[in-house]
Design a protein around this ligand. Structure first.
Ligand SMILES: Nc1ncnc2c1ncn2[C@@H]1O[C@H](COP(=O)(O)OP(=O)(O)OP(=O)(O)O)[C@@H](O)[C@H]1O
Ligand SMILES: [Mg+2]
Length: 111
């Protein structure tokens, strides 16, 4: 297993500070998901989108790798799930064989 270096794009649509616990959960998700892409996916690109709609943060991490992400096989994706669940948020994983892998995360954060 080798970490790979590849370009990452970030679209950030957020212009307020959130509560520290919410920011910590978002930080963890945005650290873990691209790290997984680098370690496991064979991707050449990863794209991160963070959008605040006023009631929830929507975070999407997509890579163009070979797929096969499975929360049952590690602690990282389960850790994201657990942190999001604390805010009634959720993680959806789409990672068919052959890719791509898309993680969709919703993190409620009404002001
Ligand atoms: N972006 C991805 N592309 C392909 N496979 C992935 C991807 N992300 C995760 N996986 C697969 O899903 C498994 C679970 O990922 P998870 O992050 O939970 O654990 P991990 O990265 O193996 O270990 P750690 O507990 O250190 O995070 C990985 O072992 C890997 O097989
Ligand atoms: Mg991981």
């Amino acid at each position: 297993m080798h970490d790979t270096v590849f370009p990452a794009d970030l679209d950030l649509m957020l212009n307020r500070r959130l509560g520290a616990p919410v920011e910590a959960a978002a930080y963890f998700a945005v650290a873990e998901a691209p790290a997984n892409a680098g370690r496991h996916s064979g991707a050449t690109r990863v794209h991160v989108t963070i959008a605040d709609d006023g009631t929830a943060l929507h975070i999407t991490v997509r890579d163009d790798g070979h797929g096969g992400a499975d929360p049952a096989r590690g602690t990282g994706l389960l850790g994201i799930q657990r942190r999001l669940a604390a805010f009634d948020g959720e993680l959806r994983v789409s990672s068919p064989a052959g890719g791509p892998t898309v993680l969709d995360m919703e993190l409620p954060c009404a002001s």
